[in-house]
Design a protein around this ligand. Structure first.
Ligand SMILES: Cc1cc2nc3c(=O)[nH]c(=O)nc-3n(C[C@H](O)[C@H](O)[C@H](O)COP(=O)(O)OP(=O)(O)OC[C@H]3O[C@@H](n4cnc5c(N)ncnc54)[C@H](O)[C@@H]3O)c2cc1C
Length: 388
């Protein structure tokens, strides 16, 4: 048991958003405690590719925050004083048929009008940018210069800086429920005791929906199981992050309930990261350890897709695969703001996470301090039912 703790803010979850919130809150002088049910970066954030994605942002507030996040990331490495392996590199979203290409161009034209620097490429120009790509499968692609970072380094950098400013990080400490009185959370009940909290930040990713049910709130934050693999080091074989336009279309191809949409990139260290198969998750599965093991029967789909698009890469040896639950929402907008009890702030369901991380952390700290420079009402729009 921990001694009875008192905190200005208790953060639940040690992924991208919990860690960013911890850093920004501690920097503002809030006495902050972060509880993580396992190890920090043990959820979706430890299973992602670290791509800083601008061109797949939803127009509107998500795009505005992505642009603000991009500006923050350009100077974050200096601020955190650690190499988070932030490197500029291109991103190609590839259309493989004429319908996808038409839709992709329409979608990207809106973002170009909103100020994003996106190029629309056809034919040979695509393979000129990515020479190992099988050009026979490509109709067109959108390209933008984005970036890559190391998610573990970013999360640990945030948390080390937060800890240096007094934030307490408690791993292996699941939040189990809440003591609520007069419409406010008084205490967070954890496996190691209760923590009295002025504000509670729920940044629990795919687990958010289940957790907030404890206060009578039903937030439609769903999740998918995402599965990926990493190969041995081979150097910078790909110039860009590669993904398929079909990933962003509502209907994706797949077999037996699995959706398969190839995306791949080279890490700074030179490993090839290959994703991803997706399966819709249901909350009951989150408590079952077996769910977190990668499905050997799915991985051949990924290898098949890699062989089709990048025949030269298929001989690389896979060294590890994983399966993680990733929160998502039907309208592709996150939950970011106060919901339910008046002192409960939710930050979950982000579509592009790495790019949003620092700006979401700043927003959370501003909201806790009582004044936020962004109008977040687009994310509210009658999306939840507060049942208390
Ligand atoms: C293969 C793959 C590649 C991806 N690549 C990218 C990419 O390149 N760029 C990008 O932006 N996004 C990418 N994503 C998506 C990205 O990983 C997620 O959107 C992001 O990590 C979500 O961060 P989070 O902090 O909300 O959730 P998480 O990282 O899941 O963090 C939530 C944390 O809360 C903890 N928790 C839950 N319940 C409790 C509780 N009751 N008590 C205490 N702790 C609790 C969990 O253990 C977890 O650590 C990828 C996803 C996959 C599957």
């Amino acid at each position: 048991m921990v001694e009875k703790l008192l905190a200005d803010v208790v953060i639940i979850g040690g992924g991208y958003f919990g860690a960013a919130a911890a850093y920004h809150l501690a920097t503002k002088g809030f006495k902050t405690v972060l509880v993580e049910q396992g190890e920090v970066a043990g959820g979706a954030s430890g299973g992602n590719f670290g791509r800083v994605q601008l061109q797949d942002a939803e127009p509107g507030l998500s795009l505005e925050l992505s642009l603000a996040g991009w500006q923050r990331l350009l100077r974050l490495q200096e601020e955190l004083d650690i190499d988070i392996e932030f490197r500029r590199s291109g991103s190609l979203i590839v259309a493989t048929n004429h319908q996808e290409w038409t839709e992709l161009q329409e979608e990207q034209q809106k973002k170009i009008k909103a100020g994003l620097n996106i190029e629309l490429l056809e034919g040979r120009e695509v393979t000129r940018r990515e020479p190992l790509l099988n050009g026979e499968l490509v109709v067109g692609a959108s390209y933008s210069l984005e970036a890559q970072l190391n998610p573990f380094k970013l999360i640990y950098a945030f948390l080390n800086k937060a800890a240096a400013q007094g934030c307490e990080v408690l791993e292996n400490t699941p939040a189990l429920g809440f003591e609520v009185a007069n419409g406010k959370i008084k205490e967070v009940i954890t496996s190691r005791g209760k923590i009295a909290a002025g504000t509670v930040v729920v940044a629990a990713g795919a687990w958010t929906r289940t957790l907030v049910k404890a206060v009578g709130l039903d937030l439609p934050i769903d999740f998918i199981w995402g599965e990926a693999l990493v190969t041995e080091k081979a150097g910078p074989l790909l110039r860009n992050y590669f993904s398929l336009a079909s990933f962003f279309a509502s209907e994706q191809s797949g077999a037996d309930g699995y959706q398969v949409s190839l995306c791949c990139t080279c890490s700074t260290a030179g490993n090839l990261l290959v994703g991803e198969t997706m399966t819709a998750g249901s909350p009951g599965e989150l408590a079952d350890e077996a769910g977190y093991r990668s499905r050997q029967e799915n991985l051949p789909f990924l290898v098949q897709e890699l062989a089709r698009f990048f025949p030269a890469l298929v001989s690389l040896k896979a060294i590890r695969s994983w399966r993680v639950p990733v929160a998502c929402t039907r309208d592709h907008r996150p939950y970011l703001g106060f919901w339910g009890p008046e002192n409960m702030l939710v930050a979950a369901g982000f579509k592009s996470s790495a790019i949003m991380t620092p700006i979401a952390g700043e927003i959370i700290a501003e909201l806790v301090a009582g004044s936020c420079r962004f109008d977040l009402s687009e994310f509210k729009e009658a999306r939840a039912r507060w049942a208390n």
